[in-house]
Design a protein around this ligand. Structure first.
Ligand code: NG1
Ligand code: ZN
Length: 546
């Protein structure tokens, strides 16, 4: 045992040494920073993933990606046995291991093994996937070396979307009950359910089966091309930003959502149905130009309401007694929350930013729909709901229309990647609902009108001086900041604003919404200035968005 750890420490120090004293933290979505600062973190996360696998006696996933961030960044996150994000208590362990000095690596590994009662030498199996960033192959090798240094086994899947890796981990750890742990299994499961739901006719009412897709110049574009082969003629997809430019540069779901405009390379026509993926294909937003040529965004909130509305209808028609809840974060548009409460009649929950919180809260419902406004989310069905739907779908004692509806629900469960938000699976889900309703994007959009909103970033000396409560909707530190925010917000009609430290970038994020775009911009700007003043702002003073 000592030999293994000695060798691992030596390899770590020689091949992947920690070169700077800079502290790095396991954040909202794992470690994320400039790729050149990450080699030692990757190696150590390989070691940690192997330890976690030994502890859980299950496959653990390691994904190398920085999602929607620019190309020079990269990141790594661990996927736990059921395809969920790494357990919170292990985030601290990960942070510790990533930051210890090279010469303390072995003793820290020993401590982790001891404190968590892990027997070194037990079988460890780690699945590794990476996005298309130029830095990813080298960083993936560092992870692999880390796993192998403690005698773990690796399956290197090469380029994958983040949700594919979550899916594979779940499949393997459920003894394939959830599906086959490989790309063919993934595409077959999604596409065959989608085609069965679509039936004979690919068009319906105002719904046309052609879609324009922005692939963010990333893995989503590559995987959509493969998915198209499985889909045949049921959905026609024209892919833009398919790898000819830089990842996420002037394209991708984050660009479209935050800047509220189409990707640079896409020439949209009025009414054309378009969507954007992010750099690792776990986020999805839709958009179109209305009859006045105005850009209209259908974000995660709109996807959640569309899907929840459809599922609610199916549950009612199938006669099943299942409760449903919709989980959002503070970034959800106020109009969406009002619509879910007052029109959809579905319970809403608000949790802090980060999919792990949403997923966890969604587990409280028979059917839990969760989406971040940025387009990251999915639907999960409890074991009881799954069972009831499955039974009803083949219950000959029930009226035939109820059975047919239960069958639709059953197929929808297969279109949905329940392990994590998945842009390709979500895209098939949205297309299914629009097809079923016979809707254009304008018809979908008509459910409610978003309040104009604005996001801003403020650079401060230490973003952790901002501390929040109430699902991040109120600041408790620094003292006095929340009172100031409250008095600014009070000046705006339908005003709402909050600030929180980002978990993926070294900034404080400000969100604001109000009755007009000019007011939302003003509100965001005034709050940003207040943060700059009270939280030790650095660099240029925030300016009014244009
Ligand atoms: P941070 O940087 O903590 O705001 C962002 C997103 C999260 C989540 C993570 C992971 C917003 C406002 N924040 O987190 O929702 O998706 O990235 O990628 O969209
Ligand atoms: Zn992403």
């Amino acid at each position: 045992m000592a030999d293994i750890l000695n060798n691992s420490q030596q390899l770590g120090a020689e091949k992947y040494p920690r070169k700077s004293e800079k502290l790095i933290q396991y954040g909202t979505s794992g470690f994320r920073t400039k790729a050149e600062e990450l080699a030692h973190v990757m190696y150590r996360m390989g070691v940690l993933a192997a330890f976690r696998s030994m502890q859980k006696n299950a496959v653990i996933g390691v994904m190398i990606t920085a999602s929607h961030n620019d190309e020079p960044d990269n990141g790594v996150k661990l996927v736990d046995p059921h395809g969920e994000m790494l357990e919170a208590s292990w985030e601290g362990i990960a942070t510790k291991l990533a930051n210890v000095k090279n010469e303390e690596l072995k003793s820290t590994m020993c401590d982790i093994l001891e404190e968590n009662k892990i027997e070194l030498g037990k079988n460890a199996m780690v699945y590794v996937g990476r996005d298309t960033r130029p830095s990813s192959p080298y960083l993936a090798q560092a992870v692999i070396d880390g796993v192998e240094s403690v005698q773990g086994c690796v399956t290197d899947f090469g380029i994958l979307s983040t949700p594919q890796l979550h899916f594979f981990v779940t499949c393997q750890n459920t003894n394939k009950a959830y599906g086959e742990p490989n790309e063919e299994g993934y595409f077959k499961k999604l596409a065959s359910a989608f085609k069965a739901l679509r039936g004979e006719s690919a068009d319906n009412g105002q719904y046309q089966h052609s879609l324009t897709l922005d692939g963010a110049n990333g893995v989503g574009a590559l995987k959509m091309k493969i998915l198209q082969e499985y889909l045949g003629n049921s959905l026609e997809v024209s892919i833009f930003s398919s790898g000819d430019g830089k990842l996420n540069y002037q394209c991708g779901a984050d660009y479209v959502k935050v800047l509220q405009k189409p990707p640079h390379s896409m020439q949209l026509e009025v009414g054309q149905r378009a969507a954007s993926l992010d750099g690792d294909a776990d986020r999805l937003v839709y958009f179109y130009l209305d009859t006045q040529g105005k850009f209209k965004l259908l974000d995660g909130d709109k996807i959640a309401t569309l899907v929840a509305g459809y599922l609610k209808k199916l549950v009612k028609e199938s006669g099943l007694n299942l409760n449903m809840g919709l989980v959002q974060t503070a970034y959800a548009n106020g109009s969406s929350t009002e619509y879910i409460n007052n029109t959809l009649g579905v319970e809403v929950a608000c949790v802090p930013t980060g999919v792990k919180y949403l997923h966890h809260r969604a587990l409280d419902f028979d059917i839990g729909v969760y989406f971040e406004a940025n387009g990251h989310g999915t639907v999960i069905f409890s074991p009881t709901a799954t069972d009831m739907i499955k039974k009803a779908a083949s219950d000959e004692t029930l009226p035939s229309d109820q059975v047919a509806t239960a069958k639709r629900l059953f197929l929808l469960m297969d279109v949905i990647n329940q392990t994590v938000g998945d842009a390709l699976s979500d895209l098939l889900l949205v297309e299914t609902v629009l097809h079923a309703f016979g809707w254009s994007l304008a018809e979908w959009d008509a459910a409610y009108t978003d309040l104009p909103n604005r996001q801003m970033k403020v650079s401060v000396a230490d973003r952790n001086v901002i501390q929040t409560t109430d699902a991040e909707r109120r600041c408790v530190e620094p003292p006095g900041l929340q009172t100031e925010i409250d008095s600014i917000v009070a000046k705006f009609n339908k005003g709402r604003s909050f600030a929180r430290p980002s978990g993926t970038e070294d900034v404080v994020r400000v969100y604001a919404e109000a009755d007009t775009q000019a007011n939302a911009d003003q509100l965001a700007h005034q709050v940003a200035l207040k943060i700059y003043e009270l939280a030790n702002g650095v660099g240029t003073v925030p300016s009014l968005p244009n």
